[in-house]
Design a protein around this ligand. Structure first.
Ligand code: LHQ
Length: 265
């Protein structure tokens, strides 16, 4: 598929979506949002995709919203921009689509992930980073609140004290500390980073896809459910997965003492 602001391709079940505006550290504008929608449509439509890897081209992951985009700039001659519109039209649906994607998602962060770029990475199921990477809640630096799900995910992962400190102070959080705090899954040595990402992606692509997606759904639902509701939800997912080909294969492989060959259904 040909795009201007992203790159997209799928090999061996691993779909790789690369944010590609390296001259602006992959800052996101309306045109990139449009291309992201097309790429996510492709992931949904292609049954051979078993995992989505999200990464950035050039020296960083993503610098968040493109602040030079006319849609978010104040033009003295006209009304102030409606940032709520931009969030509702572009960012909120993007987060929802990632949360509802039919395959697990893996964010591979190198360099900086700032503002909505950080939130976008954190909206993936598993977030890994190179040791030299960092996360910046840049919103307060320009008079905004964390968006793209940032206020939802931050306190859940690191607790209110750290979430508020990160968001209000807008300081750079180095990847190793982000891993220590539980904001991300792991920070890998820079030299090993791309091999670690590839290995993780291959492992996810060979996993029981539907079980992983139901796991994400259950964990997200827990934030709004009572224990009783959550137990009922788990029972429903277990009922469904107990009839799946991957469950049959998983148990057969265990009994036969061989590695499972999951097909994702
Ligand atoms: C950029 C950007 C950028 C444009 C670097 N835009 N050009 C949602 C909806 C609606 C409205 C607003 O916001 C949101 C959510 C958000 O994402 S708000 C947060 C927006 N992002 C930021 O505030 C981060 C702004 N960028 C930075 O603070 C720095 O660039 C970081 C810390 C990311 C990287 O710093 P450096 O490594 O020193 O790189 P740099 O600043 O020199 O940037 C390199 C180039 O990229 C530079 O262009 P130039 O032509 O001078 O080489 C920057 O202007 C450009 N760039 N971020 N968000």
């Amino acid at each position: 598929m040909d795009f201007d602001n992203i790159r997209y391709g799928c090999v061996d079940g691993v779909a790789r979506l690369t944010l590609h505006r390296p001259e602006r550290i992959n800052a996101i504008d309306a045109a990139m949002h449009a291309e992201l929608r097309i790429a996510l449509d492709a992931v949904q439509a292609d049954a051979s995709v078993r995992v989505l890897v999200l990464c950035g081209a050039g020296r960083g992951f993503c610098a968040g919203q493109d602040l030079a985009d006319p849609a978010v700039r104040f033009d003295p001659g006209s009304q102030p921009p409606d940032l709520g519109d931009v969030v509702e039209r572009d960012y909120a649906p993007l987060v929802r689509r990632l949360a509802e994607l039919r395959v697990p998602t893996l964010a591979a962060v190198h360099g900086v992930a700032a503002g909505a770029g950080a939130s976008l990475a954190l909206g993936c199921d598993i977030v890994v980073a190179s040791r030299s990477a960092s996360f910046i809640q840049a919103f307060s630096r320009i008079g905004l609140v964390p968006d793209t799900g940032g206020t939802w995910v931050l306190p859940q992962r690191v607790g209110m004290a750290r979430a508020l400190g990160l968001a209000m102070l807008g300081e750079r959080l180095p990847a190793p500390q982000a891993a220590e705090w539980g904001l991300i899954w792991a920070a890998y040595d820079d030299a090993a980073f791309s091999a670690e990402v590839d290995a993780l992606a291959a492992r996810l692509a060979a996993s029981p896809t539907r079980a992983l997606v139901r796991t994400r759904q259950a964990m997200h639902a827990a934030a709004r459910n009572t224990l009783a509701q959550q137990l009922a939800l788990e029972a429903g997912f277990m009922r469904e997965l107990g009839r799946s080909a991957d469950y049959i294969e998983g148990v057969e492989a265990f009994i036969a003492k061989r590695p499972p060959r999951f097909r994702g259904d």
